[in-house]
Design a protein around this ligand. Structure first.
Ligand code: F6P
Length: 546
């Protein structure tokens, strides 16, 4: 492992990659494919039902060897073992990072502070399953005796994005008689629209918050309480219409939720890694405990692949290393995630928190400022919609944007030729990006010289293709785990802590200071800059005249 006082950029492995980059940067994917007719089959890996094609990346065998040497030097293998073992690798919060324990099979043993946490995980899963079954079967009645027909998850960040994404992704498997909604934004519109047309007597709220102190979630939870009690007129109704998912029993009790109706998790589950903890209660209610268990099995299959497969055949490790290759050597600033499945429409939004809250860091584990780029910007939209929007830039713009395409062999909603057309498009996009269209080809089609530059595609634009047979709970679990471990791999190479999020604190603290300044009856004394003061005064005037 590289000595920690040696800058990453000074390591022989990094320098070898920098030198190699100079040699390969001009090489076109056309040449790489021409030189190796088997490339498209050779550079693929299958694991946990996923097919990963990385042949359309600007790498040759030497690149991969050097990237793997970088991973070895970073001690990736040891870091993986440390995470799975439950070491406190989240050093700034002094916590273990054990989302992998959330999907460990019953009977496994993962010891934290002398205690095997796996039985606790399964005890919670069992309670969740019992509750989910009762809600789904109409046995869990509301305060007036009516069955529950609508479930609203109130949460934000990791307590919202995972549940929303998973519900949308697995909607095909959901109990359609139940209306599932999600409220996250402190903008009152979110709550108002989510509760429109719902009967409080038939509505169950799941207040999901690891800390149970988050401003947005607690504000929405209090509005939900008022909305319920306004209609039901009895404090006792809270017990039938509110359950909590949290690590903070004291705050849950203070809110008035019976802690018997609380589903817990642990400080070793980060918010953005929590969709398969009790935070997934809404998912379980929607798709049922059996499907939830299948999703966990999908996560676990990739966990095992990441933990045991040699790095050269390890999909998340390679994804992470390729992200580093483009981010740090080609200077790419973003990664586009392009699922060709309408059910995955919230997957890019989910990945934004997972990737950017994890690796948007500017200091190393020991607090030194990095002198290299860390986490790229993740963004994306489902295909084929994106093709008619921003793909122009990916094909012909001046920025290099590596793409992850995700697609499935079988449609969940077969409809005429739709699926063939969808899949033809995703395959075509990867081909077009990689190989482009030369000026000679464009002219041979009869394009006049003046128009030819506009119609030329340089190609050499990299992409991964991730395919699976169909979008199932297990496939979704496997997909999410791929990205979790790719993020981990990147963080290990950059020597950063992928598991804290101090960067969200300052804005929260300043908002707390500004709230009373907006609401004070008389002009308050304010210690801000002139722009902030002018904005506060402007809003105060508008508020007073409204
Ligand atoms: O503000 C960021 C954050 O702390 C996320 O990391 C977390 O997922 C989210 O807020 C919600 O936190 P909680 O679950 O404690 O309400």
């Amino acid at each position: 492992m590289a000595p920690s006082n040696q800058s990453l950029l000074e390591t022989p492995q990094w320098q070898a990659l920098a030198a190699h980059y100079q040699r390969i940067r001009g090489t076109h994917l056309r040449d790489l494919f021409a030189a190796d007719p088997a490339r498209g089959e050779r550079m693929t890996i299958e694991a946990a039902g996923l097919y990963f094609d990385y042949s359309k990346h600007r790498v040759n065998d030497e690149t991969l060897k050097l990237l793997l040497a970088l991973a070895e030097a970073a001690g990736l293998r040891d870091r993986i073992d440390a995470m799975f073992r439950g070491d406190r690798i989240n050093v700034t919060e002094k916590r273990a990072v054990l989302h992998t324990a959330l999907r460990a099979p019953r009977g496994a043993s993962i010891v934290v502070d002398g205690h095997n946490v796996v039985p606790d995980v399964h005890a919670t899963l069992d309670r969740m399953a019992d509750f989910a079954r009762r809600v789904r079967a109409g046995e869990w009645k509301g305060h007036t005796g009516k069955r529950i027909r609508a479930v609203i998850n109130i949460g934000i960040g990791g307590s919202d994005l995972g549940p929303v994404m998973a519900y949308e992704a697995l909607r095909h498997y959901s109990l359609r008689e139940l209306t599932m909604r999600f409220v996250s934004n402190v903008d009152g519109t979110d709550f108002t629209e989510a509760t429109r047309n719902l009967d409080p007597a038939e509505t169950l709220f799941i207040v999901s918050s690891k800390t149970f102190t988050t401003l947005e979630t607690m504000t929405n939870a209090h509005s939900a309480r008022a909305w319920s009690l306004n209609a039901l007129g009895d404090e006792k109704a809270v017990a039938r219409h509110f359950v909590a998912v949290s690590t903070n029993a004291a705050e849950v009790a203070k809110f008035g939720i019976d802690t018997n109706n609380m589903f817990g998790f642990w400080d070793w589950v980060g918010g953005r890694y929590s969709m398969d903890s009790a935070i997934g209660l809404s998912t379980m209610i929607a798709i049922g405990p059996e499907n939830f268990t299948a999703m966990l099995a999908g996560f676990h299959a990739i966990d095992e692949h990441f933990r045991t497969a040699p790095l050269a055949r390890n999909i998340p490790a390679l994804m992470g290393l390729l992200a580093i290759w483009y981010n740090n050597f080609f200077g790419a600033e973003t990664v586009a995630v392009l699922p060709y499945d309408q059910y995955l429409k919230r997957f890019p939004a989910y990945l934004q928190q997972l990737t950017m809250e994890s690796n948007g860091k500017h200091v190393t584990l020991d607090g030194a400022t990095v002198n290299y780029q860390t986490g790229p910007i993740f963004w994306g939209e489902p295909g084929t919609n994106g093709q008619h929007s921003f793909y122009q830039m990916i094909h012909q713009g001046t920025k290099l944007i590596p793409c992850d395409f995700i697609a499935f062999d079988e449609a969940l909603n077969p409809l005429g030729r739709h699926h063939d057309l969808l899949i033809a498009n995703v395959i075509a996009q990867g081909e077009a990006l990689a190989f482009g269209k030369t000026p000679a080809q464009v002219k041979a089609e009869g394009t006049p010289d003046w128009l030819a530059p506009h119609r030329t595609f340089a190609g050499n634009r990299p992409s991964s293709m991730i395919m699976a047979r169909r979008l199932t709970p297990a496939t979704l679990g496997a997909l999410v785990a791929l990205y979790e471990h790719s993020v981990f791999t990147q963080g290990a190479i950059w020597r950063i802590n992928s598991f804290d999020q101090w960067g969200v604190e300052l804005g929260k603290a300043l908002a707390q200071k500004i709230i009373p300044e907006l609401e004070a009856p008389d002009d308050p004394a304010m210690g801000h800059d002139s722009s902030t003061i002018a904005l506060i005064r402007r809003y105060r005037r508008a508020r007073q005249s409204a």
